[in-house]
Design a protein around this ligand. Structure first.
Ligand SMILES: Cc1ncc(C[n+]2csc(CCOP(=O)(O)OP(=O)(O)O)c2C)c(N)n1
Ligand SMILES: [Mg+2]
Length: 580
């Protein structure tokens, strides 16, 4: 049997684990691996312009398929650039294998050129981070890394010195069975019985769902139907739970809307299903609280629980359903549904009224037109910043669309690189990057990646010439906006110069046509929509203190001479502040 190098063996094992692409930027120590990829038919090298993009793209693939994806960086600065995307993948529980190629093994510890210690650096953003210091060690370490990433959901990092990668492997790896999917986790009978008793004993039950309810739509609806529960969701639960949901009371959290907050506070039993919702200020402290999560370490870390259930949301509900009694009384559910619809009428709809004539274009108008024009099975990637708000409020989930963002890590510039990963998975599917001007320009170099690989990603740029989300935070904290202005070019012209379709939209009447043209275009496209920087958003529950800060900020900005701006701001925001 022909001999193999360690690098060839590495790529072979990745291919057997289902990896189809290795995103990265080449570099000296990485050459043996890149060359092995070139000669391996099952795995493709995807050249990007920044390693952070590579990690985000791999993370997006893994989030869309649930399967292992991979990225690589050369020694020192090359792999260091992966870090932010790896944090994001890890916190999204996306199985990603990162190859951090390393300086020559004989030089480690001598402050050699480009020396870092990737096995230490990546520890916090991985389940497993190991240095390969010997050719015979590599296969078992890589297999262990894969099992960690797939089994625990998250990142594994292999640090591989270039000289070891080029070594002959002492033996070919045996065909070795690898775990490529996670099992269902069923809670113990005692926990199911305890949960059934709590449900039967409660009069008003609310279900609050996170991304852990992926694939459990039917079970959640069946339980809500049987016990007449309102169903609210966190941002990451929206795409799984809001569609075909007659029990929907909206979303809670900083970007929330509707009656989710009320339903969670006015029930007597709240069941948190597959959510690691981080804002405990939005959780009640005087109702009976149950949390169901596939990760035991998530249980109870945000609030005091009356019952902790370790298990998959879907599996738990399948066990629970036959054990609970039907509740005939829908009074609580109906009251919450009414509250929800009133809240939507008041807040969200008022915001889009007349905005079809508003210049600069209102970002909520952009989001609502995009929602209409985009395909029923589109993948939306959403930049951190105000795009999160617009996506949360205007994109209509249907069980076939996907929405991914940096919802747990909260990094800027995620949307474009995630769109790259999504589009590589399926070139025929519509992939829309909802980008902020700040986020887009942060990793703008990788717009060139769309052209280079002829990826038909559609970038819809919410170009408000500002770091809008932070401007809002400053206002809420009582500070005048400072350091938030972006002096932007015509991004559509940049897109055209790069060889893509580019169109700049300044008037609302041109928006729909521009989006349709971009979607019809066969290759990459960018729609640079000049949006209103004053269209801010206020969370559904704001404290007196925050309102104080809001007013204070206006006062300070007025003193700074920005009266005109403040009038516009006040008008734009009044429409969004909940009325008592
Ligand atoms: C890498 C990174 N840097 C800084 C921040 C802080 N931050 C959060 S949102 C935001 C502004 C985003 O601006 P833009 O992309 O233009 O979106 P907008 O809010 O204006 O729609 C900033 C600076 C962050 N979350 N991530
Ligand atoms: Mg902006």
């Amino acid at each position: 049997m022909a001999k193999q190098t360690v690098a060839e063996q590495f790529v072979d094992i990745l291919a057997r684990a289902g990896v189809r692409r290795l995103y990265g930027v080449v570099g000296d120590s990485l050459n043996p691996v890149v060359d092995a990829v070139r000669r391996n038919r099952a795995v493709e090298w995807v050249h990007v312009r920044h390693e952070e993009t590579a990690a985000f793209a791999a993370g997006a693939e893994a989030q869309l398929t649930g399967r292992l994806a991979a990225c690589a960086g050369s020694c020192g600065p090359g792999n260091l650039h992966l870090i932010n995307g790896l944090y994001d993948a890890h916190r999204s529980m996306a199985p990603v294998l990162a190859l951090a190629s390393h300086i020559p093994s004989s030089e480690i510890g001598t402050t050699y050129f480009q020396e870092t210690h990737p096995d230490r650096i990546f520890q916090e953003c991985s389940h497993y981070s190991e240095l390969v210091s010997n050719a015979a060690q590599m296969p078992r370490v890589l297999q262990t890394a894969i099992q960690h990433a797939v089994g625990q959901g998250g990142v594994s990092v292999i640090s591989l010195p270039g000289d070891i990668a080029a070594h002959q492997a002492p033996q070919r790896t045996e065909e070795h069975a690898l775990v490529t999917r996670r099992p269902a986790i069923r809670p113990g009978d005692a926990e199911i019985d305890a949960l059934a008793r709590l449900v039967d004993g409660a009069r008003r039950v609310t279900l609050f769902c996170g991304s852990g309810t992926a694939g459990a739509h039917d079970e959640v609806m069946a339980l809500a139907q049987k016990i007449k529960s309102p169903v609210g969701h966190a941002l990451r639960g929206k795409e799984w739970i809001q569609y075909d949901n007659p029990f929907d009371v909206g979303m809670s959290g900083l970007l929330g809307y509707g009656a989710a907050y009320d339903a969670m506070h006015e029930c007597d039993l709240l069941i948190l299903l597959g959510t690691d919702f981080p804002y405990n200020a939005f959780l009640p402290d005087d109702v009976t609280l149950v949390q169901v999560d596939v990760r035991p370490e998530h249980l109870g870390r945000r609030s005091k629980l009356d019952l902790a259930v370790w298990g998959d949301a879907g599996e738990t509900l399948r066990c629970l359903l036959p054990k609970v009694r039907e509740k005939p009384d829908r009074a609580f559910l109906d009251r919450m549904l009414k509250k929800h619809s009133d809240a939507l009428e008041g807040a969200v709809k008022a915001y889009t009224r007349k905005v079809d004539r508003h210049v600069p274009i209102h970002p909520e108008y952009v989001a609502s037109v995009l929602d209409e024009v985009a395909a029923d099975d589109a993948v939306f990637t959403v930049d951190t910043g105000m795009c999160n708000v617009w996506a949360a409020r205007y994109l209509t989930p249907n069980g076939r669309r996907r929405v991914i963002g940096s919802f747990s890590h909260g990094s800027m510039a995620n949307a474009l690189p995630q769109a790259i990963g999504a589009q590589f998975l399926d070139r025929g599917r519509q992939v829309v990057s909802m980008s902020g001007d700040g986020g887009f320009s942060m990793l703008m170099g990788d717009f060139l990646t769309l052209v280079q690989h002829d990826l038909p990603v559609k970038v819809v740029l919410f170009d408000n010439s500002s770091l809008g989300m932070v401007e809002l935070e400053m206002m809420v904290e009582g500070l005048p906006a400072y350091g938030t202005a972006n002096r932007n070019p015509d991004f559509a012209a940049i897109a055209q110069a790069a060889g893509a379709f580019g169109v700049r939209v300044e008037r609302p009447k041109d928006l729909r046509g521009a989006l349709k043209d971009a979607f019809r275009h066969k290759g990459p496209a960018l729609v640079d929509v000049v949006t209103d920087p004053h269209a801010l958003s206020i969370p559904p529950k704001i404290t007196g203190e925050q309102i104080g800060g809001f007013a204070l900020s206006m006062g300070r900005t007025v003193l700074d001479g920005g009266v005109g701006k403040m009038v516009q701001l006040a008008r734009a925001n009044l429409r969004n502040v909940p009325r008592p």
